[in-house]
Design a binder for this molecule. Structure first.
Ligand SMILES: [Zn+2]
Length: 672
């Protein structure tokens, strides 16, 4: 029987033939797809004809067609429905795929062709989209080091290799520190802890072969412990152990690793002609320069700090009333903040759930997309890649738009978290191709499945990413859908979350699964009011981390990052009872890889935009304003990376995003 991954997919919507694919098909399919891609790339590089956009860039766009198809199916499965065989294949593929990609970017004749096109770009008669695609290909090769001389290319390779070793060590040290520390808890130590914390502590004790419950540094145990334990000395011990991860001396200490990583990154940026690593990193992002990032962070910092100081005064008062004198400390914040939350905002989360059935929330997400963009959803017969997966054809005015798959329930074979991926991306080159998009979540199965409010928000978030893929309307896959800057990609998803907070959406869709009654108004009000609680604290601990990350990479690399971190915190006036969300020795975003280095700001950058984008609807007095929705689709959801993100934003909004909407959304404005 021929390999179904390599055959033509001629079924409805050219979906992968899920029922026919077996695990044994993947390895040979990857082998065939990789060698086809290699042959195609080699043919482009060796083409005797002078380079043209068609014989070079468009040819590259199509060179990896088979590889894209096989990868689309496999990488979705390996995350959503893993097996030991699939994991083994993933380990096996990682170096092969990385090797192939550096083979391409280090192919000198290929780069020559792209560079020639780039030099002659003004004479080529390119469309705006083609010019953008050429620019991005050229940039990708340059940033990978394609234009370096041999000596520099060798040094670059050595730096990358050393960085890979150091970042792996950073993660492993952190894991070792997290695993090795625990503290037995006596029965008296359990005082004040809710049942779920006690149960988690007992489970942690069993895992570690202890008689009784223990406290560990796992975030899901230590954070609620700090929230609920009235034992101040114990909170202090626990907190200090938690923030010492990666800085305990000995073999697992990460401080020297952090310093070496920063120095190597600086050298890498210099080789590529940038003044420092932040300049290199941000050159590819919407923010573009360190100065713009710092400006945004500082505009949020001042009001957040003011709010946090006010809250600190309130919490200190509560602590003194408790008979504890002196300053509020970092190990006191969560405890008194939780007491205050109960007093001021409390409502029973379990009362919400009957109104938030999965069916109702899928309906809410679809209905919102219908009202904004005219999309319609028709359920499809499976089978898909797992019995729990559901599929819909998405249409507009009777015309096919995309296929949407929802894989909502947790299972042992699924990695944690939630994500959106395209099994096939929209493009027009080589024939109109629509997207196949999947949302993967980890909701608890039930009959019916009932969501928490956080779950419902996750469903909306991932559906926002899905819209970015499904509504994409570009010619080239390279810039399709979510192929945009990292600090822009969360805009559609975070923006979509806002519609869940539109009271009429919950009033219409959040209905009791048994009685059909709408959610009671006072519950709805409390739910919406609780969304801004303790945001001074959350914003301060986040922005401080983002500022330290930026400073480390924007200038000469610090020899002693810990000393530099202390200086930065002193300069910005870090409140006494709040520490960085991630201090240097355990700042994985920055040191366990390159992804978020001088990029930790991007969460807030996107939030500034999503808050401001939703404000555009509110200014029109209608969360479903058709004109604003049309602009959102035209300039953002359909545009992919066809133009720089700042230009897309300006066309959508007509002005740069202001921070006011974000401050309002976080409840930080009223103190200004
Ligand atoms: Zn997201």
């Amino acid at each position: 029987m021929p390999n179904p991954l390599l055959a033509d997919w001629s079924g409805p919507f050219a979906l992968p033939p899920f029922a026919e694919i077996t695990d044994a098909d993947f390895a040979p399919a990857f082998e065939a797809a990789l060698s086809e891609a290699r042959r195609n790339i080699a043919a482009i590089a060796a083409d005797p004809a002078p380079p043209s956009f068609a014989n070079t860039i468009e040819a590259m766009e199509q060179a990896e067609g088979l590889l894209d198809r096989v990868s689309g199916v496999f990488y979705n499965l390996s995350g959503a429905d893993s097996t030991p065989e699939r994991e083994a294949l993933m380990r096996d593929l990682a170096p092969k795929m990385a090797g192939f990609s550096s083979e391409v970017t280090m192919n000198r004749p290929l780069f020559q062709r792209i560079d020639t096109l780039w030099q002659r770009r003004a004479e080529l008669g390119l469309t705006a989209e083609q010019a953008r695609v050429l620019e991005l290909y050229h940039k990708m090769f340059l940033r990978a080091g394609a234009a370096l001389n041999d000596a520099d290319a060798q040094r670059m390779a050595a730096i990358k290799e050393r960085l890979a070793v150091l970042s792996t060590a950073f993660s492993q040290n952190l894991l070792a520190d997290e695993r090795s520390w625990f503290r037995p808890l006596s029965e008296a130590d359990l005082e004040g802890l809710p049942d779920f914390v006690v149960a988690a502590a007992r489970e942690a004790g069993r895992e570690r072969g202890q008689e009784g419950p223990v406290l560990t540094l796992n975030r899901s145990l230590i954070v609620p412990f700090l929230q609920f334990s009235p034992k101040r000395e114990l909170r202090e011990v626990a907190y200090e152990a938690w923030v010492a991860r990666g800085a305990n001396g000995g073999e697992t200490d990460n401080r020297a690793n952090a310093a070496e990583i920063l120095a190597l990154r600086e050298e890498r940026a210099h080789l590529l002609g940038f003044a420092n690593f932040a300049e290199f990193k941000l050159d590819d992002e919407m923010a573009k320069t360190p100065a713009q990032v710092r400006d945004l962070l500082m505009r949020v910092w001042a009001p957040a700090r003011r709010k946090a100081e006010e809250d600190a005064a309130t919490l200190t008062g509560m602590m003194h009333a408790d008979g504890v004198n002196g300053d509020l400390e970092a190990w006191d914040w969560r405890y008194y903040s939780e007491k205050r939350r109960v007093a001021e905002f409390d409502f029973d989360e379990s009362l919400l759930k009957p109104y938030l059935s999965l069916e109702a929330m899928i309906g809410a997400a679809f209905d919102t997309a219908h009202r904004l963009f005219g999309l319609e959803f028709r359920a499809l017969e499976g089978p898909f890649y797992h019995p729990d997966v559901r599929g819909w054809e998405v249409t507009r005015n009777g015309r096919h738009v995309a296929v949407f798959l929802g894989d909502y329930f947790a299972r042992g074979s699924k990695r944690s978290g939630a994500w959106c991926s395209a099994m096939r991306s929209q493009r027009k080159l080589g024939g109109e191709t629509s997207a196949i998009v999947v949302n993967v979540c980890n909701f608890t199965k039930g009959d019916p499945a009932l969501l928490s409010y956080d779950d419902a928000r996750t469903l909306f978030h991932e559906f926002g990413h899905a819209l970015h893929q499904m509504l994409s309307n570009v010619t080239y896959q390279f810039i399709s859908g979510t192929s945009v800057a990292r600090d822009f990609v969360e805009l559609p998803s975070q923006l979509y979350e806002h519609w869940l907070e539109v009271p009429e959406v919950l009033q219409k869709h959040a209905r009791h699964w048994q009685t059909g009654a709408p959610m009671p108004q006072d519950l709805l009000d409390k739910l919406l009011a609780a969304q801004t609680y303790d945001q001074g604290f959350a914003t301060v601990e986040y922005v401080a981390s983002a500022l330290v990350d930026l400073d480390f990479h924007d200038g000469p690399a610090p020899r002693d990052p810990m000393a530099r971190q202390a200086e930065i915190l002193a300069v910005i006036g870090m409140p006494h009872a709040i520490r960085m969300r991630h201090a240097t020795p355990h700042f994985s975003h920055v040191f366990s890889g390159d992804g978020y280095s001088s990029g930790y700001y991007s969460y807030m950058w996107s939030e500034v935009m999503d808050a401001d984008a939703f404000e555009a609807f509110q200014e029109r007095g209608d969360a479903f304003d058709p004109e604003t929705a049309a602009k959102l689709e035209r300039y953002i959801l359909s545009a992919g990376g066809s133009r720089p993100a700042d230009e897309l934003w300006l066309d959508f909004r007509g002005k740069k995003p202001g921070v006011e909407a974000l401050l309002k959304g976080r409840g930080l404005l009223e103190t200004a």
